[in-house]
Design a protein. Structure first.
Lengths: 449, 100, 462
């Protein structure tokens, strides 16, 4: 009997994404830790934790967080604030991280996947820490610290534990990334640490509704593929333990992508006590309904919604639509594309051809080219040339003469031979012309007799 | 009652090294202070909201612009310590992963 | 003629303008006093050797290069800043606090950095890691704290005016003990950027001066919204000297009487002063207020919680030395703060304290429905003798209990010395409290009162 017949996976994700604002979350330092030429060159008294440094929040980062919440159908907290989260670590300059504890900006949202809806518990905003580099220099084991990343705005998205497979987790992650890129708030480059994934994994007996008495946290996963593999591995590992009558240890594990297994990391004896209290240096936030409505209006039509609209209005197949959406991953590109589509429609041009050309990269929608230019390109690809009517008549007469039996068949009512006759005429013309014109000309000639 | 063991735990949380003697002394001082704090319970505070900010300010934020003037050069950032290496701050090897 | 360093800010600016004396002469007199007595009094921890040079370059600016003493918890660019802790013994900031930046832009000169209770924890300046400061009026006694060095600098005429900061009493109490005027502005009136944080929700930088008028002049330069500090107000900044000299007719003054053991002497002395207000046309009434004993508990919890958080950044990695160099008081406060914030206790102590804080704010708001200004003794008594702080963990809080409620509410206040004991040469001070943003009113009333005392005669007698 497979464990899947006995147990249901209970999986929740925690995703961190660096927002690509120009400046940091609480100060005006450059927000580009990956692109900095030198370590510790994008710092100031605030993000370096100097005596008397004070945080001033980045408005854009907050608005972008609200947008992410609105785009995932979250509730926005009327009253929200930042809190201090205390712990000591060399990459944490102030000895506390400014984050959000009990009143995050957004809560109770969702994203759908092919395996069902994943609920989003909360979305909050916090600051990133500095970066550590472990080195051995002259036989001494040391750790180097770079604070260029300290203070970068970080949005944290936490799901309910209602993900039930590694595949679904991967799909959720990808959808979330697509959304963040589409909103143009984050690049989510996993190799640069722009998006970080953590999974909480446990199993419960099918039919039970209580949460399992343990959960295993898997951290430091830096690709969607690894996340799926890690989850699958963990589920097997935990199922084996459960079947043997053991409860898996509640712990933090890492993913070894070489050995393809999770491994236990040093576990702590007691849970960390973060001593949260409201950040006294930053006044709280209230958001009026009218403000949120205005913000909602600036949301681009999201990929899902756009797909539904095209399906309904243009009668195009869904997978073709999705392939086009992946290429056009920003509101500006979509706006231009919609302009072109409207124009194509009014000129009664073939939309499927156009979409196929986009997917096959025969045509590119660019913001530099206006709609008319792109349409001209498209017509060139598919358009027919013109032919002098006299020339056409001559060729047609030749074909008719050489195919008298077809003529007789047509005139006897077997109109399907028209196709054959059109083909013969087209073969003898060295131009690409609209078959409709050939048909018309033939019909006229045949019916005249 | 605050015991020296309690003090040891708190000192660990607060990242402050304390000697055994200090643990004893602080246990005593804490006990005194806690007695005074307990007086707070004498006041009726049912339904009273806490004041975290006296300013009454709300929604204070700044535009997303770079403040070059306020930024440190690398030299300034490193100026206040000699424990640096090729532009980095240096500490002896950090062994524990942070659990956050 | 009295020595140049004993002149008020107003007199100094006038004298310089009218060329009665030069900057060089002013600095000479000031530095002589410092040479003579600083070693004994331990007021300045660091002196600025470039001061006179800077002064001469600033002579065209409004503050004309006058020498100013700055409490050593303000980060001053390229000038050593220690917060009186051994942890920052060698710390030289690479940036300027907003307050000192404004001073410099106005033409003031930082003559030196003054001693304080380490990290501004304390009400005596006895808990500095660099030794205690002595009260210039009577060196067997303490100057109060935490801005004891700045208050003493003013009392000893080691400067024309000084800058300090107050969390709950740290400007007004040392001013009362040393015999000086201190103006604690409304919380949010003056930027905290660059001031080593103590209790973030109450810290207020402000001037310590020889007269109320001087303090008001200085506040004009310091006040205002700062984009570096999200808790500063965009309230318009009035001219704080505008109401000086206006009649007190019709102003309602409430006298806060606390019927608490130990306050009998100061209450008695205060009683004698009430006729001054009446003669000036004010309406005087007595009123009880919420027992300040509870303010001690509130303040203790809030302050220690916030301070344990604010000192977490001193780990010796980017600057300063490691945490084993904290003094005993700093260790104690951080640990108690950590304790009151920790899980299981956060709801017990910190949240509870913030609720009682609301009660104090409401209580004071009620009083201001009846009165325009509230007055009370600044301190329960005269400056204490040296060595007293060693005995009690809660020393500071008890000393500051009359100041804590208004500080927790963020209200502005001014201390004015009004009584001098002829035997000890020690002073008592009166505290004037107004609603938020009404420093100009406090200045008006305090100034009228000051001019009716013998303060001007006493202040420069040693």
């Amino acid at each position: 009997m497979k464990w899947q017949d006995k147990y249901t996976p209970v999986i929740g994700l925690e995703v961190h994404a660096e927002l690509k604002t120009d400046s940091k979350m609480f100060c005006g330092c450059v927000n580009d830790p990956f692109g900095a030429e030198k370590p510790n060159s994008y710092t100031c008294p605030v993000c370096l934790g100097m005596p008397g440094g004070l945080p001033v929040p980045n408005k854009k980062a907050i608005e972008w967080t609200l947008k992410i919440g609105l785009a995932t159908d979250c509730q926005i907290n009327n009253f929200s604030k930042f809190d201090r989260k205390h712990y000591f670590y060399p990459d944490l300059a102030k000895g506390y991280q400014i984050s959000q504890h009990d009143l995050p900006f957004c809560y109770n949202g969702h994203l759908s996947t092919s395996e069902g809806i994943v609920d989003i518990t909360r979305i909050h905003l916090e600051e990133d820490t500095g970066k550590l580099l472990h080195k051995t220099i002259q036989d001494k084991k040391i750790t180097l610290i770079d604070f260029n990343r300290s203070g970068v705005p970080l949005v944290e998205i936490v799901t309910e534990p209602n993900i039930t497979s590694g595949a679904q987790a991967k799909e959720f992650g990808k959808k979330l990334r697509q959304l963040l890129r589409f909103l143009e708030v984050a690049d989510c480059d996993m190799e640069q640490g722009g998006m970080r994934l953590e999974a909480n994994i446990s199993l419960r007996k099918i039919g039970e509704t209580d949460l399992p008495p343990y959960k295993v946290e898997v951290k430091n996963i830096n690709s969607f593929r690894f996340m799926e593999q890690a989850i699958d591995f963990e589920l097997e590992r935990q199922a084996t333990l459960l079947e043997a009558g053991q409860v898996p240890t509640q712990e933090t594990r890492g993913w070894d992508s070489v050995k393809n297994k999770t491994f236990a990391q040093r576990s702590k004896e007691e849970a960390e006590d973060y001593r949260y209290f409201p950040e006294p240096d930053i006044p709280p936030f209230t958001f009026e309904k009218s403000y949120l409505e205005k913000l909602r209006e600036t949301l681009p039509k999201l990929p899902e919604a756009q797909a539904e609209k095209w399906q309904a209005e243009l009668d195009l197949p869904l997978d073709l639509i999705n392939r086009v959406l992946i290429i056009h991953n920003s509101q500006v590109k979509l706006d231009r594309l919609n302009e072109i589509l409207a124009e194509l429609k009014s000129q009664d041009l073939n939309l499927i051809n156009f979409f196929n050309d986009l997917v096959n990269k025969k045509i590119k929608v660019s913001i530099q080219k206006d709609a008319k230019q792109t349409i001209l390109e498209f017509r060139k690809l598919h358009d027919t040339e013109t032919i002098d009517q006299t020339e056409l008549n001559n060729i047609m007469q030749t074909v008719l003469k050489n195919n008298q039996d077809a003529v007789i068949k047509y005139q006897a009512g077997q109109t399907q031979v028209m196709g054959f006759l059109i083909g013969q005429v087209m073969k003898n013309i060295n131009k690409k012309i609209d078959p409709k014109i050939v048909r018309q000309t033939l019909q006229t000639a045949l019916e005249a007799d | 009652m605050v015991t020296p063991d309690d003090v040891a735990y708190i000192a660990k949380l607060a990242n402050i090294p304390v000697s055994d003697e200090e643990k004893q002394q602080f246990a005593q001082a804490f006990a005194e202070t806690l007695t005074v704090i307990e007086e707070l319970r004498e006041l009726d505070n049912d339904g009273i909201l806490p004041t975290h900010q006296v300013t009454g300010l709300k929604n204070v934020w700044r535009e997303d612009v770079i403040d070059k003037e306020k930024m440190f050069s690398q030299q300034e950032a490193l100026a206040n310590t000699d424990k640096t290496y090729q532009g980095f701050f240096v500490v002896s090897r950090v062994l524990e992963e942070k659990d956050v | 003629m009295s020595k140049l360093n004993t002149l008020t800010l107003q007199q100094t600016l006038t004298g310089l303008k009218q060329k009665e004396f030069s900057l060089a002469e002013l600095y000479q007199a000031t530095l002589e006093a410092i040479d003579e007595k600083n070693k004994e009094l331990n007021i300045y921890l660091t002196l600025n050797n470039e001061a006179l040079k800077k002064a001469e370059k600033s002579s065209n600016l409004p503050l004309m290069g006058v020498p100013i003493a700055v409490k050593d918890n303000f980060c001053t660019q390229d000038l050593r800043t220690t917060a009186s802790s051994k942890i920052l013994n060698e710390f030289v900031p690479q940036f300027e606090s907003t307050v000192t930046k404004k001073l410099l832009e106005a033409g003031g000169v930082i003559l030196g950095k003054t001693n304080l209770d380490a990290w501004a924890h304390g009400s005596s300046t006895e808990t500095s890691d660099y030794g205690r400061t002595l009260n210039p009026r009577n060196t067997d006694h303490l100057p109060g704290g935490s801005s004891g060095g700045s208050a003493a600098a003013v009392a000893a005429d080691f400067c024309t005016i000084a800058i300090g900061s107050e969390t709950a009493g740290s400007l007004r109490q040392p001013a009362a003990w040393c015999g000086a005027v201190a103006l604690k502005p409304t919380y949010g009136r003056v930027s905290r950027y660059g001031v080593a944080a103590m209790a973030s929700s109450t810290d207020s930088p402000g001037p310590i001066a020889k007269t109320v008028e001087d303090a008001a002049i200085m506040l004009n330069f310091l006040a205002g919204f700062d984009s570096n500090d999200a808790t500063t107000s965009s309230q318009p900044v009035p001219d704080f000297t505008a109401q000086l000299g206006k009649s007190l007719k019709g102003i309602k003054i409430g006298v806060l009487y606390q019927d608490i053991a130990g306050l009998e002497m100061v209450n008695e002395q205060l009683e004698k002063q009430l006729s001054v207000f009446k003669d000036l046309g004010a309406i005087v009434g007595k009123t009880p207020a919420l027992n300040p004993r509870y303010a001690i508990s509130v303040y203790t919890v809030v302050q220690r919680g916030e301070v344990s958080s604010n000192l977490a950044r001193y780990d010796g990695i980017r600057y300063g030395s490691n945490r084993s160099h904290f003094g005993a008081e700093a260790k104690r406060r951080q640990m108690l703060g950590t304790y009151t914030l920790s899980t299981g206790y956060a709801g017990k102590y910190y949240e509870l304290a913030q609720r009682i804080r609301t009660l104090f704010i409401e209580d004071l708001n009620h009083l201001f429905e009846k009165y325009d200004v509230l007055i009370a003794p600044t301190s329960p008594g005269f400056a204490k003798k040296i060595g007293v702080t060693k005995r009690a963990a809660m020393f500071g809080e008890l000393e500051d209990m009359l100041l804590e409620p208004s500080s927790l509410a963020g209200l502005p206040g001014i201390n004015v010395p009004y009584y001098r004991d002829p035997e000890t040469n020690l002073f008592l001070g009166l505290n004037f409290i107004t609603p938020m943003w009404q420093e100009a009113l406090a200045v008006q009333v305090a100034d009228a009162f000051e001019k009716n005392t013998n303060w001007n005669t006493w202040r420069s007698k040693s």
